[in-house]
Design a protein around this ligand. Structure first.
Ligand code: NDP
Length: 300
């Protein structure tokens, strides 16, 4: 089986994928009609998918597919990356920031004043809602529940993690109105763009905080800044932005109610992801359906 590698990082990926799937011949260039599958990420050399009519799979190396889905040259099945290393990274990022916000740690880091009148409540009393209950949203919700947070998820279908309350699309108001900490793990699609607009942000309880490692397009930036300026919302931890890198004079950088992290919430880990790629290449060889196929009509 011939597999075209059209992504950045050949030096680290090639040995890992070859070790996990010795049957695959991994190539950086190949005669187009001889290619059985393409491994792809938008940070690579680019790819005109239409030139590879015999390819039965395009395997993405990233969880987000918003930069691939609109490509009209892509007619082959597209699989996105779901792998345990990426998942663990996102769990650590979200639980770390959720605990920091919950415990009000920044106050103690900055205050320099002896004020012991306000022990934070236990996590059982802290309501967290995770928007998006896919691979990452469910993993984060499970980890927060294991720390005893009062956690719920919201997704289009209402599917969520076993044992964790799950709201569906029309129940967004209930999902938001309980969220003292809101974590956004939705994909970027036409339906999710600006989903957190002024009206929806106003549904959050006063003093709520937001963690957004999903996509920058999920939030109406002007509405968020306005809610932070009026102190209606307490804090926003933002990892993703409409323009990345975040421009030097963007108001988010200097806003006291905002923590900017530079799109580092998590990333695909080669060691664990190579095993997922290998499994999908074998499925293609056996004529089976690959894992984690993207529904391009939905955009994720
Ligand atoms: P999944 O595709 O597994 O899950 C997507 C979730 O979003 C599903 O629960 C889906 O609901 C829900 N959803 C999508 N559209 C809507 C909608 N219109 N209304 C309500 N719910 C909706 O994605 P992952 O969990 O793997 O990843 C989520 C996102 O995280 C990625 O798309 C990417 O943008 C981001 N990400 C960010 C990283 C970072 O470092 N900052 C790293 C990796 C990913 P349903 O299933 O019911 O349709």
């Amino acid at each position: 089986m011939r597999v075209l590698f059209a992504a950045d990082g050949w030096e680290k990926w090639a040995p890992a994928i070859s070790a996990a799937c010795p049957e695959a011949e991994l190539l950086q260039t190949a005669p187009p009609d001889s290619v059985d599958a393409i491994i792809y990420a938008p940070n690579g050399p680019g790819c005109d998918f239409a030139a590879y009519p015999s390819a039965k799979l395009v395997q993405g190396l990233w969880a987000g597919v918003d930069q691939i889905v609109p490509d009209s040259s892509l007619t082959q099945p597209l699989a996105r990356m779901v792998e345990p290393g990426l998942e663990r990274g996102m769990v650590e990022y979200c639980t770390g920031w959720a605990l920091r916000l919950h415990l009000g740690m920044d106050r103690f880091a900055q205050d320099g004043v002896w004020r012991n009148d306000m022990a934070p409540p236990l996590a059982t009393r802290r309501k967290v809602t995770v928007l998006g209950a896919g691979a990452l949203g469910q993993a984060v919700a499970r980890a927060l529940a294991a720390l005893d947070f009062d956690v719920a998820t919201w997704s289009r279908s209402g599917e969520g993690a076993p044992g964790i309350p799950a709201f569906s699309g029309p129940e967004m108001e209930q999902a938001l109105s309980r969220a003292e900490i809101l974590i956004a793990l939705l994909p970027d699609t036409p339906e999710t763009r600006n989903i957190l607009n002024a009206e929806r942000l106003a549904l959050l309880p006063r003093g709520a905080s937001i963690i957004n490692p999903g996509r920058g397009t999920l939030i109406d930036d002007a509405a968020l800044l306005s809610a932070l300026n009026s102190r209606y919302l307490r804090h926003a931890v933002l990892d993703v932005f409409r323009t990345e890198p975040l421009p030097p004079f963007d108001p988010y950088w200097s806003h006291p109610g905002v923590t900017v992290t530079p799109h580092i919430a998590s990333e695909t880990r080669v060691e664990t992801a190579a095993l997922v790629v290998a499994e999908n290449l074998r499925r293609v060889m056996r004529g089976e359906t690959p894992l984690h196929l993207v529904d391009r009509s939905k955009g994720y």
